[in-house]
Design a protein around this ligand. Sequence first.
Ligand code: SF4
Length: 434
Amino acid sequence: MRLRLAGSSPAKFRTLPVPGEPRKVAGAPDGKIEVRMEWLRLARAMAKKTRKSSVSARSTVRREGVPPMRIGTNVPDLLAAWFRGSARVLPWRQTRDGYRALVSELMLQQTQVSRVVEKFEPFIARFPTPAALAAASEDEVLTAWQGLGYYRRARLLHAAAKAVVARHGGEVPSAAEALRALPGVGRYTSGAVSSIVFGAREPIVDGNVTRVFQRLEARAGSASDGDVQAWAWERAEAFVAAAREPSVANEALMELGATVCTPAAPRCGECPLRATCAAHAKELTAEIPAPKKRVARKDLVLVTACVRRTDGAVLLEQRPTGGRSGGALSGLWAGLWQPPAVESADGADLAPRAAGELLGLPASVALAAVGEVPFMTTHRAVRFVVFAAKVRGAGKALAVRGRVWVKPDDLANYALSNAAKKVLARGVDRPVCP
Ligand code: SF4
């Protein structure tokens, strides 16, 4: 086996003999071997000898007949050592228990750490145990979840707490299999909780972990590709099998992806794995992983009315929670409160009276158009066409079909989506007089 070391022109390359035989990876399927990273260091040393810069050597080392690179067994230890000195101080790391870990993991799915940091302790203070969470109403849980988005996770966490009480006497189980049987807990979350809290030798793969593995081995493709995902789980299994302390190594791996090996501009200079990273050696960090394929968002126009009374109360309705109607609005903001809204493709052209009729408001409610509010979700580009009105008296005729008047002081007890908050800000702040 030989390494090929090229110069600045492709014609000028040297081949170097590789000393020794590649090592068999412990536990790897037959035929899979590990490329020893000393070879890359050797190639760089040879580049110096032949008066090439180390940078040029890094970028031009080619592998000839070398099987795919595998993660070295020292990677978990390197990461664990780095983590001990670099881990961020995060609230769910202060006290390790299964419930806190479960809550934090569900919150961290699709929500930024900084936002979760704000919301985590208040949520735990409100629902300190699985039993407390299980005993709460869905409205209370959704209200406490406000600001974290993707409310489906809140409902799943609520259901998981009920299952923990019913099946495990109120204690979050430690085994990954039992965790995985809880609502909303998949392979990643069960692995994270059982490994990080209970020290189980369980693999974990999320977007950050996949990116780190891909770069370590210069594995092309998008992190969301099915074959890349399957490959990453294999790597995670090998990684955790080689770890002295699975809990620290797994958490360190995620931390590296979140803080150093970031999607754009990874900070390789600060990375404990740079000497073993193929993407860094080949200057491929900008290309690996490939960008995610974008899914076209569905356009959606919603006509909505911010109606308020003279005492400041606003009219709200709750979005349906159950079932999937199959329409463009299906499942969107399920169970959350909003100013009355209805889908209408030609909503932007509606006159105020026509909008009132569409929304089922009495003719006495004098709506006025107050503009539009755009809002992007993962799958939809929503345009709210906002109308507003102020009504005198108790407005009893409007509190029908599940609609309620909510006073400003009471608004905090109603779970509103961020979209509904923006709509309210647009509608309520406008001085509209009948
Ligand atoms: S060296 Fe750079 S690309 Fe490689 S794992 Fe570290 S931060 Fe990521």
